[in-house]
Every structure is written in structure tokens, then in C-alpha cells.
Design a protein. Structure first.
Length: 194
């Protein structure tokens, strides 16, 4: 299996987002023409169950329509930020070390969350070693932070199927959702804020 180039990853990301938008439109069209009844279930032919490709996670809410019938409405959560924006923020954070002592601004948890957010949006796996480097602190400190953030369900350890000596770290859905909401709250001008 070959690694995807940056252009391929971005094209895949755009395609995934477009498929998600099409699925959402189809879902809206089908829900306006045929309300779901309780015995029809909540599964959708237009939604990838249990996935969050493109950073979109959905929650379901029962609401009453104008005709007082119950319908299932999906509240779309914001997508993950553009990985180029996250990588730019990471570079800006690292730039401070050229002018100030690195220990002054050490925030390994945030640096790791940013790195994992960009990696998730790029569909790239991050090894424990790589994440330790991204944290900007000594490996023992980084491993302690990884353990703490795994304990609070912000990160999850994923064993490498081909090499049992290696493991990857990924954001949990809970953390990805929180990061997506954080960047959505910052808004489109977030690149100039950081």
C-alpha cells in the first residue's frame, strides 16, 4: 500500500466532504417526503454508520413537524478544520522557540491534540514516536501525557497489525468532535488569530 501524496489526500478529503453533502441532501429530501415512524428504525441508507469521514458526526433528535408527526432530524456537527490550517498553527507555535525558551510555552497536550487533529483530517496514522516528537517535550513526559489523555478518552492506542512492536495513537471521536467544535467556534478567521 503506498502513501498518498498531499494532493491525493486533499482530493480524497474534498471528495469525502462532497459525498457527505450529497448524502445529507438526500437524507433531507427523503425526510421531507416520508417522515420516519418509530417502527422504521433510525438507520439511514445515506449515512455511513459509525464513521466520521470528513469530520462529520451526526446526532439524532426527535422533533414534531407542522403536522404534529414525529420525525427524525439529524443535527450536523462541524467538520474537522482544514489540516493546512492546523499545520500552520503548529509551525507558528514551534516558531516561538527561536525567540524564547521552549520550556516557557510547553503545552504538550495541546501540541499533540493539534497534531492528531491534522493527521485525522489527512487520514494519516501517527505513531507513538512521532507524537512524542510533536509534543516538543522529552519522550518520558510525552508518554505520561499520552497515558493521561488516553485515560480521559481523548486519545486511543491502536496496535499495528503488521508489527506488534509498534502502536499508533488516534483521537477518539469525543476528542475529534471537541476539536471540530473548537475550530468552528474560532471561525473562518482563526488562521489570523493564532
Amino acid at each position: 500500500m503506498r502513501e498518498l501524496s498531499e494532493d491525493d489526500r486533499l482530493a480524497l478529503l474534498r471528495l469525502t466532504e462532497q459525498v457527505g453533502q450529497i448524502a445529507q441532501k438526500l437524507e433531507q429530501l427523503s425526510s421531507t417526503t416520508m417522515p420516519l415512524s418509530a417502527d422504521q428504525g433510525s438507520a439511514s441508507a445515506f449515512r455511513f454508520e459509525g464513521s466520521d469521514y470528513g469530520g462529520k458526526l451526526e446526532t439524532k433528535h426527535d422533533v414534531r413537524g407542522e403536522d404534529n408527526s414525529e420525525r427524525l432530524v439529524r443535527a450536523s456537527r462541524p467538520p474537522l478544520p482544514d489540516p493546512r490550517l492546523v499545520r500552520k498553527i503548529i509551525r507558528q507555535r514551534q516558531l516561538r522557540a527561536r525567540f524564547f525558551e521552549g520550556d516557557i510555552f510547553a503545552d504538550p497536550a495541546w501540541d499533540m491534540l493539534l497534531d492528531l487533529t491534522a493527521a485525522r483530517a489527512e487520514y494519516v496514522r501517527v505513531s507513538v514516536t512521532s507524537l512524542c516528537i510533536a509534543s516538543g517535550v522529552p519522550p518520558t513526559t510525552a508518554l505520561r501525557w499520552i497515558g493521561q489523555m488516553t485515560d480521559v478518552a481523548l486519545m486511543q492506542r491502536v496496535d499495528d497489525e503488521t508489527d506488534r512492536r509498534r502502536a499508533f495513537i488516534a483521537l477518539t471521536d469525543k476528542a475529534a468532535d471537541a476539536m471540530a467544535r473548537y475550530f468552528a467556534e474560532l471561525g473562518a478567521g482563526s488562521a489570523t488569530l493564532i
